[in-house]
Design a protein around this ligand. Structure first.
Ligand code: BG6
Length: 462
């Protein structure tokens, strides 16, 4: 079977500023919550490796862009580090950061790689977290000013912007399940944070459109299609629908339709957990939806009705309304403990086609994390990651099927270009087209999948 993709398809990968740049305290950068959390609790980070140990794109971007070229990229998504550009989040702009991002963007363009810029990838400036982070309306305003500044500085060359990457993750990680800072359990605050992220995104979209720069602005959402254990059991179906409301529609609906899901709003009202909002803010959300959607897809959720009496907290939690369920037919990634379900990527795209006006979208992350990937290295020093090539083929064939069935899919970006530092997991799971040798001056070597992807991009299919 041959899979041919539409002309001008975006082939590439995604990275983020905080996970790749390095120089966390150099050239005028301020602290983000990650720099702070690592200083406070290094034991929470895998092998105690913190954000100072990223792949050092700040100094090596030319070399890395050459590698992107060699692995078939015609586009790349990265993020600006807010705390690099504006060290305390709301004050003066750091001129060295402007020089760095200008040089980086220009180098991408000179190599025919279109830069897609994201404004927020989990990295709240510490000075603003001290004012409440996303809990605070003042921080929403600081974010909008920062977004405007980015459009002003780089909007002459950057035509694809994203307001936020996976906004549900700071909500889950920071305020429900304790894998991000501030690492507390408080669903009322979680709801306020989520609401403010949607409001901030809408206000940035409004600002971008007002500035008339001619490009597109979207958001990147990690979607986890929720499948009920038994489609004929109304309680399983209801539980799966609620999980979908908490983790997918909570951001899909405001970003794409300008409103919040009714079932979620009803439930939060019953709990007395509605956020503080104004009618004027709701109007802004209503009138400023995205031009473009990035979908990060890794794995689905398998849901059954609440059967266990176990509670994760004595306060209300999403998990009070459903249980996770192990699907007997599931296929696992043997190297990272996540389910692999390639049809899920197709289901996400069909959902956008059928329920969200078939808005232009692309796969903005999808990939296979592997622990201990060094065991697959061959005599020439190249990682033979045939499992990743299989993973890519399986997912791309479902993307292709979705396109054939009328989905408005513009591209596919893998997570990630080169192995990178990943929050508290640091370098535990490797995802890249290019390996990074931590014991040898972070030497980069293209993996077998990187060579394979170049052919796919050159042929616009496989
Ligand atoms: C994605 C995030 O969801 O998952 C990335 O956008 C992250 O920032 C990636 O690095 C992989 O996560 P992990 O925990 O498997 O290293």
């Amino acid at each position: 079977m041959n899979y041919k993709f539409p002309a001008d398809f975006w082939w590439g990968s995604a990275i983020s500023g905080p996970q790749t740049e390095g120089t966390v305290d150099g050239d005028g950068k301020g602290k983000s919550i990650w720099d702070h959390w690592y200083e406070e609790s290094p034991e929470l980070f895998f092998d105690q490796v913190g954000p100072g140990e990223t792949s050092d794109v700040y100094n090596r971007y030319k070399e890395d862009i050459a590698l992107m070229k060699q692995t078939g990229h015609n586009s790349l998504r990265t993020s600006i580090q807010w705390s690099r550009l504006i060290p305390d989040g709301s004050g003066e702009v750091n001129p060295e950061a402007v020089a760095f991002y200008n040089a980086y963007i220009d180098e991408l363009i000179a190599n025919d790689i279109e830069p897609f810029l994201n404004l927020y990838h989990f990295d709240m400036p510490l000075a603003l977290q001290e004012k409440g982070g996303w809990e605070s309306k003042e921080v929403v305003e600081a974010y909008v000013a920062y977004a405007r500044k980015c459009f002003e500085l780089f909007g002459d060359r950057v035509n694809k912007w994203f307001t936020n990457n996976e906004p549900i993750v700071p909500v889950e990680g920071g305020y429900l399940y304790k894998f991000h800072y501030p690492s507390i359990v408080d669903m009322k605050k979680a709801v306020q944070v989520a609401y403010h992220e949607s409001l901030a995104s809408a206000k940035a979209i409004q600002a971008y459109h007002e500035m008339n720069l001619g490009g597109q602005i979207g958001i990147v959402l990690n979607l986890t299609p929720s499948y009920p254990r038994d489609e004929n059991d109304p309680e399983d179906v209801k539980a799966a629908k609620l999980a979908d409301a908490f983790f997918n529609r909570s951001f899909l609906d405001p970003a794409l339709r300008g409103e919040f899901p009714e079932d979620l709003v009803e439930l939060l009202k019953e709990l007395d957990y509605l956020p503080e909002y104004t009618a004027e803010e709701l109007e802004i959300i209503k009138n400023n939806t995205v031009d473009l959607l990035g979908i990060n897809y890794y794995q689905p959720r398998r849901i059954k009705k609440k059967e266990s009496t176990e509670r994760l907290s004595d306060k209300p939690m999403p998990d009070d309304y459903f249980d996770n369920y192990i699907w007997p037919e599931r296929k696992m990634n043997p190297y990272r403990g996540w389910e692999i379900y390639e049809k899920g990527i197709y289901d996400c795209l069909i959902n956008v086609r059928d329920n969200y006006g078939n808005i232009p979208c692309f796969i903005s992350e999808n990939g296979m994390g592997v622990e201990g990937e060094g065991r697959f290295i061959n005599a020439d020093g190249m990682i033979e990651d045939d499992y990743r090539i299989e993973f890519l083929k399986d997912h791309l064939s479902y993307v292709h099927k979705a396109i054939e069935e009328g989905c408005n899919v513009k591209g596919y970006h893998m997570w990630t270009c080169m192995d990178n530092w990943s929050w508290t997991n640091a370098y535990k799971n490797r995802y890249g087209f290019v390996s990074v040798d931590l014991d040898n001056n972070k030497k980069r070597t293209i993996k077998k999948s990187g060579h394979w992807f170049k052919e796919v991009a050159d042929n616009n299919g496989f």
